[in-house]
Design a protein around this ligand. Sequence first.
Ligand SMILES: [Zn+2]
Length: 365
Amino acid sequence: MTDLDRYHRQMRLPGIGAEGQARLGRGSVFIAGCGALGTVAADLLGRAGVGTLVIADRDLVEPTNLQRQTLFTERDASRSTPKAEAARLRLAQANSNVRVRAFVEEIDSGTIESLAEGCDLILDGLDNFETRYLLNDFAVATGVPYLYGAGVATQGMSMPVLSRRGPGASATIRWNEAEATPCLRCLFPTPPPAGSTPTCDTAGVLGSVTMTVAAHQATQAIKLLVGDVAAVDRSLRSFDLWTNVNRALGISESTDPDCPCCVRGRFEHLDAPASATRILCGRNAVQIRSEAGDDEIDLDAVADRLAELGTVEAVDGSIRGRLRGERSPDGGPVSVVVFSDGRAIIEGGTDPDWARGVFDRVVGR
Ligand SMILES: [Zn+2]
């Protein structure tokens, strides 16, 4: 199949053409998180012929994902396939010319540099503010565009960050002072307290909402990759698909003249050490990262210990088990998933101390 066969309909667009298509083919996008936003954006960009997609997601496909996370199937959910890996396999079926690099990893201050290295831009497919501030810091510090997006219930938001500090020395996407935008911290100076904002678990979410957000992000990515920076929607676009409200918050209204990140150049989230423990609220689980480092996890030994404690199963490079007779503080059954990168997800409760105890028994200190 030639490029003209495959991409004919978008190459007819004046903004793309043969030159734009070639630029897309040379482009690379870091998709941070592969859930409702990440799957849709990756699908659109992969089918559009973006040369390289780097996808990072720490989590596994679950049945509740299927309503909106378009790259996943019932089989992925029943096997609890890691999202990044399931996405890679599905994208290869849609467009085998696209190079997809999948990482089943946590995105934090310790991993962001190696994950996003060499990518032309960062597309936000996350579900938590903490990591969004990290992406914002990284994008502003290295001078690559960051495409923020979020959706919950019937509302969505999307905004590009083209930092006022300008593009990095080696960045392929260039913009001038007049094209620059505020950063995420200009708009939201501090992360909202944990648990204070509605999530998809508590408030629900319409699949068409996250799809609309991801479509806007993917369009912005295509404009940037083909070099049409002037066409980028440089506003905080927000909408409610149920009440039919659309808003675009202009840049002058939201730029902080004293922003710690994009004016002062303080990258607090990038400089902070990665936390070893993270509560995964929507999953009733706690994630713990081994302090030993990822090279030192012996998955065979973990499987042996799990076999003594209950059931054990190896799936797609991870080890899963259910602890026989064990109850979480909430009284529910306890399951463990251990990844080769040294992370474990302890399922059944959200108490970090309890989870740490299970982790020490199964993975070791
Ligand atoms: Zn800022």
